[in-house]
Design a protein around this ligand. Structure first.
Ligand SMILES: *[C@@H]1O[C@H](CO)[C@@H](O)[C@H](O)[C@H]1NC(C)=O
Ligand SMILES: *[C@@H]1O[C@H](CO)[C@@H](O)[C@H](O)[C@H]1NC(C)=O
Ligand SMILES: *[C@@H]1O[C@H](CO)[C@@H](O)[C@H](O)[C@H]1NC(C)=O
Ligand SMILES: *[C@@H]1O[C@H](CO)[C@@H](O)[C@H](O)[C@H]1NC(C)=O
Length: 284
C-alpha cells in the first residue's frame, strides 16, 4: 500500500496586526494514495474587511503555484466565507491564501459623533459637556479629547469632558479620537467659543506725558469681551455723563477746564464694566 503525505505550510499564521490568522485543522495528513482527502482551513480577519479572493497554492517544481481554477470539483466552499477547503488526491505541500479589501472601519461605516451640551451659546460660568460617541465595530476601547494648546495639544481621557464652570480660557479647538483594535479615528473639530461680559476695562491717554493746553488728546477705552463691547460710555468724575459713545474720546483742542478724572463704561450682551479712572491734568 502506498501512502500520501501532505504538509501544510504555516499552521497558524498571524500577520501583522491582531485579528489576522489562517488555521489548518491539521498540519499534515497521511492517507492512502489515490484516495481523496479534504484539506480545510479557517481564517479570520478584522471587521471592516471583505474577503475578495481565496486561493490554494501547491508546492510544485520548487515553487508555489496557484491552483488554477478554484471552482474545480476539488475545491468546494462550505458556504461559509471563513472556512475553505480543498479536495485532493495527491501528495504535496499546500498553502492557502486569502486577500481582503477594505480596512479601517470600511464595510460598516463608522463615524465619531461629537456633541456639545447644552446647545447654543456657551457663557462663562455655565456648565458644558463635550461627549464623543461612536458606533465602531469592534467597539471603542478608548476615547481621548484633545484641545489645541499653542502649537501642541493637551489631552483628556474619556468619552466625556465636563466643564462645571466654563472659563474664557477654555475657548479653543477640540476634537476627540477613538481607538479600537482596528486603529484610531478622529472627529471633526469643535470650536468652543466661550462668551463673556467685559473684563479688564481700562482707559489710556495719548499722547502720554504732559498735556499742554491747546493740544489734541485722545482717551481710549480698552476691554476684553466676547463678543466685543457694543456700547461705550464716557464719564468724568463729578459731572453728568459725557456725550461720547465710541471707543475713543477726543479733545481736538484741550482746555484747562477739561482737567479731571475720566473713566469709561463697557457693555455687551453678557455684562457691563466700568474702568478705574485716569487723571487728565492740563498744563496752562
Ligand atoms: C486525482 O484528481 C485529479 C483531478 O480530479 C484526477 O484527474 C486524477 O485522476 C486523480 N488521481 C487519482 C489517482 O485519483
Ligand atoms: C488688562 O489690559 C491691559 C491693557 O490692555 C493689559 O496690559 C493687561 O495685561 C490686561 N490684564 C489682564 C489680566 O488681562
Ligand atoms: C478720535 O480720533 C481718532 C484719531 O484721529 C479717530 O480715529 C477717532 O475716530 C476719533 N474718535 C471720535 C469719537 O471722533
Ligand atoms: C458705571 O458708572 C456709572 C456712573 O458712575 C454708574 O451709574 C454705573 O452704574 C456704573 N456701572 C457699573 C457696571 O459699575
Amino acid at each position: 500500500m502506498l501512502f500520501m503525505f501532505l504538509r501544510l505550510q504555516g499552521g497558524r499564521l498571524v500577520l501583522g496586526q491582531d485579528g489576522w490568522s489562517v488555521t489548518y485543522t491539521k498540519n499534515s495528513i497521511c492517507a492512502l494514495k489515490g484516495s481523496t482527502v479534504d484539506l480545510s482551513c479557517s481564517y479570520t480577519y478584522p471587521r471592516g474587511h471583505t474577503v475578495t479572493t481565496t486561493t490554494w497554492n501547491k508546492w510544485k517544481s520548487l515553487t508555489w503555484t496557484q491552483i488554477p481554477d478554484k471552482y474545480e470539483d476539488r475545491i468546494e466552499y462550505r458556504g461559509n466565507k471563513e472556512n475553505d477547503y480543498l479536495r485532493l488526491n495527491d501528495s504535496a505541500g499546500y498553502r492557502f491564501r486569502f486577500i481582503t479589501s477594505g480596512g479601517k472601519f470600511a464595510g460598516s461605516p463608522v463615524s465619531l459623533t461629537v456633541t456639545v451640551s447644552p446647545s447654543g451659546e456657551r457663557v462663562e460660568g455655565s456648565s458644558v459637556t463635550l461627549t464623543c460617541s461612536s458606533d465602531a465595530n469592534p467597539p471603542v476601547d478608548k476615547y481621548t479629547w484633545y484641545k489645541k494648546n499653542g502649537g501642541g495639544y493637551q489631552s483628556m481621557t474619556g468619552p466625556q469632558h465636563v466643564f462645571n464652570q466654563i472659563q474664557s480660557s477654555d475657548s479653543g479647538e477640540y476634537y476627540c479620537e477613538s481607538q479600537n483594535e482596528m486603529g484610531t479615528d478622529r472627529s471633526r473639530t469643535i470650536n468652543m467659543d466661550v462668551k463673556y461680559g467685559p473684563k479688564n476695562t481700562s482707559v489710556s491717554v495719548s499722547p502720554s506725558g504732559e498735556i499742554v493746553e491747546g493740544s489734541s488728546v485722545t482717551l481710549t477705552c480698552s476691554s476684553d469681551a466676547n463678543p466685543d463691547v457694543d456700547k461705550y460710555t464716557w464719564y468724568k468724575k463729578n459731572r453728568a455723563s459725557l456725550t461720547g459713545s465710541e471707543k475713543t474720546y477726543n479733545f481736538t483742542t484741550i482746555r484747562s477746564e477739561d482737567s479731571g478724572e475720566y473713566y469709561c463704561g463697557t457693555e455687551n450682551k453678557y455684562g457691563r464694566l466700568n474702568s478705574s479712572s485716569v487723571s487728565v491734568d492740563v498744563q496752562c
